[in-house]
Write a new protein. Structure first.
Length: 370
């Protein structure tokens, strides 16, 4: 069986979470780097990773790694790779990427060099001088870090955070992959009780249900590599069937959400229905002042803050109110993400553990209370 090296790109701060996910689905040679996790496996692992990874942004096939301190090295490195194993005569192969701390810092110039090298390689193999690129799109991605280049091919198509249930959302929703990572760190299980008093469009509630019930997050969507002739079509059918068989139908998980906005509550219910987990979720219109801490369970939330919906003073008043309403210990836990470094001061409690994460371009801290 042919083996491949894959890359799962992920949000900075979630590398260890993504690595743990990969080990649980049977990936081998798992190695975490900043913003990505490399792993290996056969074709079936390509489909399994796309279907099951909750915190990865994309799954790519690693085509090669080589020195690239000059354009000549970049060109020669790309041209030496067996691109024809993956890219057919009519396939499209657009190029994008980025560089970090490298002599080659112009992304447009690097794109041109990578494209030219790929064309030269494939021209020599297929005996043509021009590619119509009318077939399935095989996106090539380069990453140049400290004068070493990694060339990969995307297999996901649309980013993996696009599960399909949240086509509509409110202002500043938390990304599905980030929510899934926070829920992993919060230790959501099949029998958990989850509460979110700022539920917005329901992302924490829905991702919690999908995780607790072991429903593959990608079960209802397509992936770019399903159209690639270089991989078996059968792997997708088999892995989907395998994923459905592993669903935890006996789980007792329940999620309870509330929000001051009636539109948010309606959207949470709509999205939960699209995700197929509406029977596990209850959403109601409530102000934080009406929230009563349950005797057991976990609160996971992304409260409004300075860059998101509220000015900083209003946000800090909210944190103080949360500190009065929330409690932890004796079967209760809290997970709260915010970019405000003074959160603990206004909340009134020191976190048991803290973790730096990024919500989009905003640097945040996840405060964990156990």
């Amino acid at each position: 069986m042919e083996r491949f090296t894959f890359i799962a790109s992920c949000i900075f701060g979630l590398e260890s979470v993504t690595a743990g996910e990969l080990r649980r689905i049977g990936a081998e040679d798992v190695r975490a780097f900043d913003g990505r996790v490399e792993f290996s496996g056969g074709e079936e692992m390509l489909a399994r990773a796309n279907l099951h990874l909750r915190t990865a942004e994309r799954v790519l096939v690693k085509l090669g790694e080589f020195p690239a301190a000059t354009f000549t090295e970049l060109f020669d490195g790309v041209k030496s790779l067996p691109l024809e194993r993956f890219i057919g005569k009519k396939d499209a192969f657009p190029v994008k990427g980025h560089t970090v701390k490298s002599a080659l810092h112009s992304i447009p110039d690097c794109q041109k060099i990578v494209k030219k090298a790929a064309v030269d390689r494939l021209s020599s193999v297929y005996g043509v001088n021009w590619f119509e690129e009318t077939g399935p799109v095989h996106p090539l991605q380069f990453l140049i870090i400290k004068d070493r280049a990694i060339l990969s091919m995307d297999t996901s198509g649309a980013p993996l955070h696009k599960r399909g249930y949240r086509k509509n959302s409110l202002i500043a929703p938390i990304k599905e992959t980030l929510a899934a990572g926070i829920l992993d760190l919060s230790r959501v299980k099949g029998d958990s009780l989850l509460y979110d008093p700022f539920c917005g469009s329901g992302t924490f509630l829905i991702e919690g249900a999908l995780r607790a019930l072991r429903i593959p997050p990608g079960i209802n969507r397509r992936f770019g590599a399903q159209d690639y002739a270089c991989f078996s079509k059968d792997i997708w059918r088999k892995e989907r069937e395998r994923g459905i068989e592993e669903v935890n139908r006996e789980g007792t998980f329940r999620a309870y959400g509330s929000d001051i906005s009636g539109d948010a509550v309606a959207l949470t219910r709509e999205n939960a229905k699209k995700a197929g987990v509406s029977s596990r979720i209850i959403a109601e219109q409530k102000d934080i002042g009406q929230f009563l801490m349950p005797e057991k369970g976990m609160v996971v939330c992304n409260p409004p803050y300075g860059e998101r919906l509220l000015d900083q003073n209003s946000a800090r008043k909210l944190y103080t109110e949360m500190g009065k309403r929330f409690s932890y210990g004796d079967g209760k836990s809290l997970s709260i993400i915010t970019p405000d470094e003074a959160f603990e001061e206004y909340f009134g409690h020191k976190a048991s553990k803290k973790r730096k994460l990024y919500n989009g371009m905003i640097r945040c801290v996840l405060y964990l209370y156990f």
